[in-house]
Design a protein around this ligand. Structure first.
Ligand code: AMP
Ligand code: ZN
Length: 114
């Protein structure tokens, strides 16, 4: 097993507050939530970031986005909305180098980001 923290969560080696899991992806609450609803959706396959996703990743990229939407609806975010964020590399503010979608909801979020 590599030392990627999200690969270790996907493998069940590190515990996480899972809200969804299937053969290809897993969703879990962010350890340091920035809104009343803040969860992450990640592929079980290690992909460093969105910039490094490949054509063969088209299926999982679509599934990540659709699962993020479905879980947001299930958590009651449909009416007021949510923010779906993919931080990418240094300037994008990525701190964990395993592709993930943040879903934030439950309060009005500022724009633009700092
Ligand atoms: P990013 O800055 O986009 O790479 O976001 C990484 C996110 O992962 C941050 O919001 C962290 O709070 C979150 N995070 C880091 N370690 C864990 C963990 N063990 N369980 C849940 N969330 C985590
Ligand atoms: Zn990984």
């Amino acid at each position: 097993m590599n030392d990627c923290i999200f690969c270790q969560i996907a493998a069940g080696i590190i515990p996480a507050a899972k809200i969804y899991e299937d053969a290809e992806l897993i969703a879990f609450n962010d350890l340091n939530p920035q809104a009343p609803v803040h969860f992450l959706v990640i592929p079980k396959k290690h992909i460093n970031n969105l910039m490094e996703a490949e054509h063969t990743d088209i299926h999982i990229l679509g599934k990540l986005l659709y699962t993020a939407q479905t879980l947001a609806v299930q958590l009651g975010c449909e009416q007021k909305g949510a923010r779906f964020v993919i931080n990418c590399k240094d300037d994008g503010g990525q701190t964990v180098n395993h592709l993930h979608i943040h879903v934030l909801a439950g309060r009005a979020l500022a724009w633009p980001p700092g």
